[in-house]
Design a protein around this ligand. Sequence first.
Ligand code: ANZ
Ligand code: ZN
Length: 827
Amino acid sequence: MTIKKRFETGILTSNRVYTKEEINYNMVMAKHYHPEEIEKKWQGEWRKRGIFEVDLDKARKPFFNLMMFPYPSGEGLHVGNMYAFTGSDIYGRYQRMQGKDVFEPIGLDGFGIHSENYAIKLGKHPAGVAKKTEKNFYRQLEATGNAYAWKNTLETYDPDYYRWTQWIFVQLYKKGLVERRKASVNWCPSCKTTLSDEQVIAGKCERCDREVEKKDLEQWFFKITKYADRLLSNLEKIDWSERTKIAQRNWIGKSEGAELFFSLADSKEKIPTFTTRPDTTFGATFFVLAPESEWVEKLTQAKYKKKVDSYISQARRKTEVQRLFTERKKTGVFTGAYVINPATEKKIPVWVADYVVMGYGTGAIMGVPAHDQRDWEFAQEHKLPIVEVISGGKVKKEAYDGQGKLVNSMQFNGLSVEKGIGKITAWLKKKGVAKKQTQYRLRDWCISRQRYWGPPIPMIHCSQCGWQPVPEKDLPVKLPFVKNYQPKGLGKSPLAQAKDWVKTKCPQCKGPAERETDVSDTFLDSAWYFFRYTSTDKPREAFNKRRVKKWLPVEMYIGGQEHAVLHLMYTRFLTMVFKDLGLIEIEEPFKRFYAHGLLIKDCAKMSKSRGNVVIPDEYIKKFGADTLRCYLMFLGPFEQGGDFRDKGIAGMYRFMNRAWRISQEFEGKGSPEEERMIHRTIKKVTEDIENLRYNTALAALMEYINFLYQEKSISRQAIETLALLLAPFAPHIAEEIWCEVLKNKFSVHQQTWPKYEAKLIREEKVVIVVQVNGKLRGQVEIPAAQATRKAPVEKLAKKEENVAKHLAKKKIEKVVFVPGKLINFVV
Ligand code: ANZ
Ligand code: ZN
């Protein structure tokens, strides 16, 4: 009878005599797997013995395993979050068993608009909601069985954390990297706050999906554009996926070209314009200003003023994304003014049009309708002339932006585009109307938010001394309690209501002064948290230089692809700034970034906003965390995500039960096939984890268990291997098997990952004799399964060196094949 049968019939047999205790134990446990008991027990034990804590100063093989900072709301963790955490945890657990000192911290990104909106929805104060969220969140995380370093947790709304967020602001301010300026900003009328460009997705607010508007406000900016070149060139040095690097590159958006100056027709003044195509200057038949350009007012002739003004007020209601949308009709109005084309020296009309935006280049363009599609559409719409200057297209029908020879360009006719760019730029430069220019799409980082739930920006305004940073000894600037914290939409933060708090002394002249009432962007909170993790026990510094040196860069950063642009850009920027400030020695924070896939439910990404979330608690209660973890990881490749279905979980629960039952039966001696299977499984699971192919690793474990069920007797080694290989995926059951069934020493998670022996994996091979015209010319070795088939043997035999020599330049007339023995080429 196979073991499977024995268990199914409830008969326990073994050559050994069981003790009464063992029989009782088997009667109770063997047939039934009790995750709720096992999991609670081991979670308590792990925490009590602190096996997942690391000595941050003394660790010998530091491995920082980081999961992207979670920002759960009070509803708590859903299985979509758990999906990502589990994948990260498996990797960390595996590295620990490889002998690394794995640091896997966790914390809560609880400040910011997301949490505040949730509090508004509940009609409660965000501080109270945060406390509740925190408790629930940590409870849920522990229940999922992740190997966190619980001593190093942090929450962004904790004054011990945000004092350093404010301190960072002050450091940047002192370094000249912070600027206050009036800017037209993205404004979400429903969240009643400004948004950074990154938070505007296709013209809509990332959080609430409302159309974003433009508004002029005084704001604080971090000058990230100063780092554009470094943010770009450093990408070459890091091992990230090409997809993420491309996203970063596109966001930085480097363009090389020239700044050209167009003089006004009736004065000496010159308007600069940025172009990537100076070779087309002879084809510039009109000139366009962005509606926000200061030149508009200067140039517009009295007669056209009314029309221009009304156009501008319309344009300002649109977002930049809407304006740059290529398919739109190209609207615009004439200003009545003219500028001189510096190449042709002819007068061309100046228009205002919203397809030119203020934030890029100089907010003015030369219109080359023959070779720029937007200009072409504009020219069609407003009956402006189209002059071809690059041959090869049909410019009457559409703009041509391909290669060709310069035409209608005087002495430059006949040059290629590339040569033309160089020659025309040099020529215009000589005339004093051009200079080479590199342009970036990246904008400065707007830090100000007119909201309540964030760190107050640590600045003080004095009517005598101007803006002053809060002295470092006075940090943190605590967020005051404001009962009516909801955004008012007047472009002012609710903090302005805390009158006593606003009133303060000027750090410079000690006269009366006022605090800044805006809070900082949540993206700032989450741009440096991983530094703090290394130093949560240090009250007097943001992060400790020696610790950072030991633990950073992060070895493995796992998170969502949706943060591949903004969050990663900000963390990289701050890391570079910290280096320049002499605070740390590295300038890239993450050695490896891995984007996991998304969990899908009912054909949509699982997320709170879609209302299709599944809370893990009920499943953990019913099936255990191990089952849920494995179920999630088995859904598909980790980088692709998967489709969550209730039904599938029961299948994984059966697998856990099977693993549990088979583990009780290790009394026998293993067969040679068992030994081969053990080593083959170790190899497969090891390689799969290294490549984060968790689903196929689990499949291999399932196969392994199926195999064991068919065996007459099972060795102890087979079950030990099972416990070890299962440990990263199903940490509780693995511990139970290791400690209680096998009676090994606690803990399975402190064991060394098993190694496979290559020679035991090798398949059996057969030697086949190779002849040419009946004479022995060599022999080949081929896996037994293939030895009886002619095609693979023939292919291999022809490659054999000596055989190849005898076959060279000869025609093979016949191939005689004796399966499993011989092959003879007749030539
Ligand atoms: C003349 C020209 C001729 C252009 C031609 C293109 C093709 P990238 O590559 O993205 O950097 N441009 C410049 N500033 C602009 C602004 N503020 N708003 C809208 N468009 C602007 O794009 C650079 C090109 O975008 C520039 O080169 C300019 O059009 C336009 F056959 O100048 B070009
Ligand atoms: Zn002062």
